[in-house]
Ligand binder design. Sequence first.
Ligand code: PLP
Length: 562
Amino acid sequence: MDHKEFRVKAKEMVDYIADYLENIRDHRVYPSVQPGYLHKRLPNEAPQLPESWDDIFKDVENHIMPGIVHWQSPHMHAYFPALTSYPSIMGEMLSSALNVLCFTWASSPAGTELETIAMNWLGKLLGLPECFLNEKNDSPGGGVIQTTASEATLVSLLAARTRALMELSSLNPDMQSSELLGHLICYCSDQAHSSVEKAGLIGLVRMRYIESDEHQCMRGVKLEEAILNDKDKGLVPFWVCATLGTTGSVAFDNLREIGEVCEKHSTWLHVDAAYAGSAFICPEYRHWLDGVDMADSFAFNPSKWLMVNFDCTAMWVKDSTALHRTFNVNPIYLRHENSGKAIDYMVGTQDANTRNKIDITEKINDDTILENYNDKCDSSVTNSDEGYPLSEDFYDGSDEEANLHGYNAIASGCQSKIQLENPDKNEPLHWQIPLSRRFRALKLWFVLRNYGVVGLQKHIREGVRLAQKFEALVLADQRFDIPQQRNLGMVAFRLKGDNTLTERLLKRLNGRGHIHAVPACFKGVYVIRFTVTSQRTTNQDILDDWSEIKTVASEILMETFG
Ligand code: PLP
């Protein structure tokens, strides 16, 4: 494709996109294809000779579109929203064309600086405390765009782990990092997203799941009980993840209570607000943020509800040096003459050899990781043998004993290096795991400017209003129940009676393909999650969806009870 053809075909593509989005209701939201459908339709090898754009695009219509789930459809109620918008698409177009990799300031100054500016704007929009912003050059706090909430959680856990290991190693200079690692323990609620469990798995640390209350919220009392219990066993609590807007029921952990416990026990507090974070641009929802001043890191996905294309997770930290300590590498090819004067989202610049460093080398064996995982997934751990107390009376320091406990990282296999150090105050910081990073700030900046605060607030409020409308329809029908309180744009509902009725209802609804939803289970109670996703959803869409649900429910009840 040359530039002449690109001008023509790209304009056609823009029309195609606009037609697609404006006529999205013409598509059945869930496709009717079966696994492997595309393999049967496309050749096994890439073409030897160039193919015309028209031929390629014909295949999009004939073969790709039939296998698409239409996430932008007003009838898409599964998961959480993954919205796009025209200004965001424009941001993606331009950033695709520029294709700059914004890992250092020098690799694309505008990319780096726009990210800092947009993240400050967004942080203020949410009402985050000033300590999370990066408005002054020497401010330790700041925002960074990560790919996903899962990655933000992992980054936070690793940073907290490094901080805890530093403290432990200064108190126990004779102990190896693998021994110290075995003492660490972190916490989240039993309603936290699976990505939190995954972060613990990757971080090789034990995770304890705190039983949520009757509203699916984690409370300070239960958390503190668990922390005190674990301390008694010689474990070292170091990280807590609070969820604002759980995946199952959009429940909110009690941030103030949890923050107070974290401050008291000096643990890092991470806030995962993947979906609900967008709502905090409306002041009326910020009461759930009470206590956020006690958090160390906070993340949400503008790529969910705020109409910024995936991928875009906004993450703020109070002390970015904690990230730097964790991700410190400094190869010569990434240094530049302005190093230290601006943010480098990926790399540091000070000569690594000049630092006062504690190098800890670990060899990690796959079996040990598995053993570790199985062990830490057990939330009912009560035996003090499960952890090793720092006292050598309890732990003899041998690899054999460490392996027994499932937390030793010493064995043959791959080698990872944890470098614990105290960074220089003026040194640039590391903010993420990958080196390369897309110019994601562009789409965020376009959306913030093109909608304005008022436009974005209107969008969030309309989503909530439509969810309230759906909730009222469900509650007016005696056959249905809403076992958990609705929060924001999600209603979790069920047919009264045995779980199997609701399971059959959901299966049949998804099979018909007019609406798409997924289930959740609250302490054994099976529900259908109905999330209002699209900014195109109207009152009529909600009425149509409810009518579809009622029709299928009547069929099922008739088949079951006659
Ligand atoms: N945290 C919560 C509360 C979520 O609901 C989700 C996904 O919906 C995630 C984390 C994972 O988000 P991501 O796909 O951005 O990793």
